[in-house]
Ligand binder design. Sequence first.
Ligand SMILES: *Cc1c(COP(=O)(O)O)cnc(C)c1O
Length: 432
Amino acid sequence: MATTPPAPRRKPKPEITRIGERQLKPATLMMGFGYDPTLSEGALKPPIFLTSTFAFPSAAEGKRFFEGITGQRPGGAEGLVYSRFNGPNQEILEDRLAVWDGAEDSLVFSSGMSAIATLLLASCGQGDVIVHSGPLYAATEDFIARTLSRFGIGYVDFPAGATQSEIAAALDQGKALAAEQGGRVAMIYLESPANPTNALVDIEAVAAARNELAPDAPIAIDNTFLGPLWQRPLDHGADVVVYSLTKYAGGHSDLVAGGLSGSRRWMDPIRMLRNTMGTILDPNTSWMLLRSLETLELRMTRAGENAAKVCAFLAGHPKVEDLGYLGMITDPRQEDIHARHCSGAGSTFSLFIKGGEAESFRFLDALKIAKLAVSLGGTETLASHPASMTHLSVPTERRSALGITDNLVRISVGIEDPDDLIADFGQALDAA
Ligand SMILES: *Cc1c(COP(=O)(O)O)cnc(C)c1O
């Protein structure tokens, strides 16, 4: 031990996170947190570190760094080793991503799906059961139902709006299945709001049921639709927050990335598997995300304001049957969850047009500003038709059970001028 040198100081210490008693806000920290310009020739912005490997200061330090890579030392490597494990751009991004959720640690991945796949593979073994809310993002649901099931991992689901006793019943069912298979309930996986229905999951009710029935099972939640600005699930009892950073965090529809945030206890084993599989994000995309996070609050705030104006217009339009917008919830239980968990209504919603597929397609084809594309959370407004696009592979029966009807159009409002958007939606509805 005496030959082990002290850990090098790669990151600025101490970080400036407060002024006097005042804790600095994420919007402020996004400009500098986690980066020390003096380590990069004074460059105000972090350079992109295009290197596959890193030179060790000494053999002893190389050994010490590897103890972090292999998990002999918790919390990740203390130094830079190899770009499948870590890198400066990725580490700065992870530090800043963690700030938004008040998490101890974050990990970034090559896509939202590689984050989800690594999370589930790191947490579940043969015989185990995942208890999850439904619906989930189609590829997540597919990964659980088709891929993990091949390795003897089972699942039980409950509807997004479920009450605490309904969630408890699903957990009991999961425990019974796990006992049969010789495993345990290894994870509770949520997505809220659910896509494309916008149904919210009561995280606090899930945590209460978990504490009673499966105290060792972590609660993970896909927070892509409202996070990180409008919902902070760790404050409500979740353990791991999941992001497709492709969406609001990236925010410009020009990159694909994923993230996980939570305490080291949960992040450490996931980092180990990421080291093995190589699902880490690349340096260039990490750098682009650092740029995106600087304007995250501005972009999301504007998009949210735009969505409120657009929805106020749509709600009064004679060709609109209904709106699935979190700013206009009618169900009292959903309203209660929204009031407890969320600080905004988001900018992604469902528009139910009077008619069916034909009317929806005419509406979509008539749009002039809004682009006809899947995805969400970008600066530009997008519109799509889930029944024939993102959810085409979902069996008709399950689709109607989830409320994915032929007259449902999914809209993600961007940061354009709101009155221009209203003019566009108005003329497209006239054409429907
Ligand atoms: C897009 C999305 C994902 C998948 O993310 P990718 O970055 O496309 O891999 C997962 N969950 C939700 C809710 C999404 O919208």
